[in-house]
Design a protein around this ligand. Structure first.
Ligand SMILES: [Zn+2]
Length: 471
């Protein structure tokens, strides 16, 4: 279920307030026009896109005095209001149909015509709808709907209140609104301007709300960032397992789309070279626009954020301290990642995980401790042996087999109390330290030629660690 959250502006200056009042009032005129032209039978079955295209073509849009995105979102919103208004009337007509006939087939026909808005062709239904559907008009002159890819949020200080930057009346002119909260609004925003301040309405999932109200747990948990899931913890639990599939399908999809766009681009360039500029221009505007692509990308990013935050919530639920590697450090430069879509997306999701660990911990009162993760994916837990990675398995010289991400999470947890390896210990030095420890260990053993031999009991420790877990 979705619930509406409201953030409020705090100490917004008069100039910005006046700017937003003006924008909302100009958008109110757009709403009124939608209601006037499409609020009755004339608007039945007309989609917001159709209205937009019509208004762009006949020049109506030129008179709005607001940015294209703003009035287009307003048209969409007004059409949704009109639809809701019409649906309310339909509920009454349905009751009338039940009184009107007892014939099942006839009832079904009428219900279907009502549902799919083909009732205008039926005299009985038209009469009923006219009777129950009061012609509404727009009463909203103080709202601005802002799509998720049209605004950004930022803070001026670490952990400080969030600021919201939304488009103003001119291109590239942003209105920066200070909010009264440290939680950033997400998704589509509805700004309601009233009482000298801005209300920022947005929707969140009820599930996220509930878990964000729960306090953190009591344990120390290590986490390892995987590819096929958001995190694996030191109990061996995987969180956010749909991540891998989301990444793979998105990566494949982007490759397809990019290949298609490259082909169109070359067609456009060839047309241009031959002097067919009209054709080139048509391809550029109709097939190579960024709008659809940006919208798709934004939806995908929102989905990843959702999965990631949910996963981090379940870890924080049992942890007072989360030990993790510094995920922002492992960023490879964009240039080096080059065209490898898959790796680029994976890198981006790492950043989201880092952000979620910080944000959720801060909110629920747990701490994040960042440690040096060198060799944590190769060392066998509870020992200093380096194992052999094969796929998602880690093989200890003693023969025990570990799930690699689980092993990594345990190692990361232990790094928090490692006296020799600090976050600043160089990578090579970490290997030396591990080697020295193994050598020391071996020199104490009677049988020196067995590498880790039958004396390693890492396998037993796994089982014990798994038995000890709370769930
Ligand atoms: Zn072992």
């Amino acid at each position: 279920m979705k619930v509406t959250r409201i953030a409020l502006s705090k100490n917004l200056n008069d100039g910005k307030y006046a700017q937003l009042v003006q924008q909302a009032s100009q958008l109110g005129r757009v709403r009124s026009l939608v209601w006037r032209q499409y609020g009755s039978v004339a608007g039945v079955g007309v989609r917001d896109r159709t209205i937009r295209d019509r208004w762009l073509r006949d020049g109506t849009a030129a008179g709005f005095g607001v940015l294209a995105n703003a009035w287009k979102e307003t048209v969409r919103d007004a059409v949704a209001d009109i639809t809701a208004n019409r649906e309310a009337a339909k509920a009454k007509v349905r009751r009338a149909i039940i009184r009107h006939t007892t014939d099942d087939a006839e009832r079904k026909r009428l219900f279907t015509a009502l549902k799919y808005d083909t009732w205008t062709a039926d005299p009985y239904l038209s009469r009923q709808m006219r009777g129950h559907w009061k012609h509404g008009r727009n009463r909203t002159h103080n709202q601005i709907v802002v799509r998720s890819d049209q605004y950004r949020t930022f803070t001026l200080a670490e952990g400080g209140n969030v600021w919201l930057a939304v488009p103003g009346l001119e291109r590239r002119q942003l209105v920066r609104i200070p909010l009264n909260t440290t939680m950033e609004p997400t998704g589509t925003l509805r700004l309601i301007i009233r009482g000298g301040r801005i209300e920022v309405h947005y929707q969140i999932h009820d599930g996220a709300l509930k878990s964000s109200r729960r306090p953190c747990g009591t344990r120390e948990i290590g986490v390892d960032k995987g590819y096929s899931e958001v995190l694996t913890d030191s109990d061996g639990r995987r969180h956010g397992r749909e991540l891998g599939r989301l990444l793979t399908t998105e990566s494949d999809q982007r490759k397809l789309v990019n290949a298609h766009r490259a082909k169109l681009r070359s067609i456009a360039e060839k047309a241009s070279a031959r002097g067919n500029h009209a054709k080139a221009q048509r391809i550029w505007t109709n097939n190579l626009g960024m709008l659809k692509k940006e919208r798709r990308d934004a939806a995908w990013r929102a989905r990843i954020r959702d999965v990631t935050f949910q996963a981090v919530h379940t870890v924080v639920d049992k942890a007072a301290m989360i030990v993790a590697e510094d995920l922002t450090k492992t960023f490879t430069s964009r240039k080096r990642l080059g065209k490898n879509t898959n790796r680029r997306l994976a890198t981006w999701t790492k950043g989201v995980t880092a952000e979620a660990l910080e944000a959720v911990s801060g909110r629920k009162g747990s701490a994040v401790r960042l440690v040096n993760a060198a060799y944590t994916s190769q060392a066998v837990p509870f020992t200093d042996n380096l194992g052999v990675r094969k796929g998602d398995r880690l093989h200890c010289p003693c023969g025990a087999v570990w799930q690699a991400d689980h092993a990594g999470a345990i190692n990361i947890l232990h790094r928090a109390s490692d006296p020799d390896i600090t976050p600043h210990t160089p990578y090579r030095r970490v290997r030396q330290i591990l080697q020295e420890r193994t050598d020391r260990q071996r020199s104490r053993l009677p049988d020196q030629d067995s590498s880790a031999g039958s004396t390693c009991r890492c396998g037993e420790r796994t089982i014990r660690s798994l038995l000890n877990r709370e769930h």
